[in-house]
Design a protein around this ligand. Structure first.
Ligand code: C2E
Ligand code: MG
Ligand code: MG
Length: 344
């Protein structure tokens, strides 16, 4: 009913509504208790897509309480320096050498154990912690990679909330200055959700970052809308094919067809392609044959606290494997003056 558009003057308007409610079941509940429960249901209704009415359930209260606890623990962990970062190798598909490394944030909770970034990054975003946390990760990444000249680049994930920060470019510049890390060796990984949330400033920001020499990589390609218009509208340097596609190699007949088409499209647009989540030798071989430029996954190494360890990944028998058809040019423009190229 409220969704029905109406007209004022020459413009159409539509109002959305989202409702959270509760019923009086427990006689002991005060008006404040009922309001709090309705509010929790409203929060859940908003979180699950808005435009709906949701009744309070006790499981919701547990979930909200748990989330609040995690938020408080995360705040404390960050404040007391309990977070850490790990580095995962990214390998050149032609030479088998480690050329880059992705930095992944880690949180080991004293009672819950390992909490994954997929769980705590959204909490950090919600709690207003993502800017200091992201900044800390960036500083750690640049400082560590500055000590590893063998690595052509280091890749850092950027949350959409960080991307929306109006001071993003200035902030990244000051971290680079502070750590003495060259912008040409920094890769920022963003997902397409950035473009769903950002209202107009994305092209300008991407251009400024690329003008500084920073590379932009489109992460998890294939999982969202993967609209081709993003590839035309925004300038990237790389795309990362999501693990879910790599998993389909050898499982589904169309798995290879999709990867092959994505690689061809990317190369025609002058973009480098990385395949994520590579775990098996036959995946490595298929991806090399299809011309994928760089590979990342447990096959080459799990994320590790020591960035130097990853530069020692050995691939003695690499040359004996099926030769990569990756065009040399796609990697040629990535080369950084002064850094020895590992491509053979
Ligand atoms: P992502 O950027 O796509 O990172 C790749 C994820 O896949 C990592 O999970 C990595 O550990 C995992 N992975 C890599 N190779 C394999 C493999 O062969 N098999 C399997 N099963 N998994 C593999 P992780 O560390 O749990 O991170 C999950 C996501 O959290 C990341 O996805 C990224 O979106 C986000 N994230 C991680 N660190 C940060 C950070 O510092 N800042 C922000 N904003 N997001 C982060
Ligand atoms: Mg990533
Ligand atoms: Mg990814």
């Amino acid at each position: 009913m409220t969704r029905k558009p109406f007209r004022i003057g020459r413009r159409d308007f539509a109002i959305g509504s989202t409702v959270g409610f509760t019923r009086l079941r427990d006689k002991g509940d005060t008006v404040d208790d009922l309001m709090r429960k309705a509010d929790i249901a409203l929060y859940k209704a908003k979180e699950s897509g808005r435009g709906r009415a949701l009744a309070f359930e006790s499981a919701m209260e547990r979930e909200v309480r748990e989330r609040r606890e995690l938020e408080a623990d995360l705040r404390e962990a960050f404040e007391y320096g309990k977070l850490s970062v790990e580095f995962q190798p990214i390998v050149n598909a032609r030479s088998g050498k480690v050329v880059s490394s992705e930095v992944l944030v880690r949180w080991f909770h004293p009672t819950r154990g390992e909490v994954t970034p997929n769980t705590f990054i959204p909490i950090a975003e919600h709690a207003g912690l993502i800017l200091p946390l992201g900044s800390w990760v960036l500083r750690k990444a640049c400082a560590a990679a500055a000590q590893c000249p063998e690595l052509e680049s280091v890749a850092v994930n950027l949350s959409p909330v960080q991307f929306m920060d109006p001071n993003l470019v200035g902030h990244i510049t000051s971290v680079l200055d502070e750590t003495g890390f060259p912008p040409e060796r920094l890769v920022l990984e963003i997902t397409e959700s950035v473009f769903l949330r950002d209202f107009g400033s994305a092209p300008d920001k991407l251009e400024k970052l690329r003008d500084l020499g920073i590379k932009i990589s489109l992460d998890d390609f294939g999982t969202g809308y993967s609209s081709l218009s993003y590839l035309r509208q925004y300038k990237f340097d790389k795309i990362k094919i999501d693990k879910s596609f790599v998993d389909e190699i050898g499982e589904r007949s169309d798995g290879l067809a999709i990867i092959s088409a994505v690689i061809a499209l990317a190369h025609n647009l002058g973009l480098e392609v990385t395949a994520e989540g590579v775990e098996r030798q036959f995946q490595v071989e298929a991806l090399r044959t299809l011309g994928c430029d760089t590979l990342q996954g447990y096959y080459f190494g799990k994320p590790h606290a020591n960035p130097m360890k990853i530069t020692q990944v050995s691939s003695e028998d690499w040359v004996d494997r099926s030769p990569s058809t990756a065009p040399q040019n796609a990697l040629e423009h990535q080369k950084v003056p002064g850094i020895k190229s590992s491509a053979s």
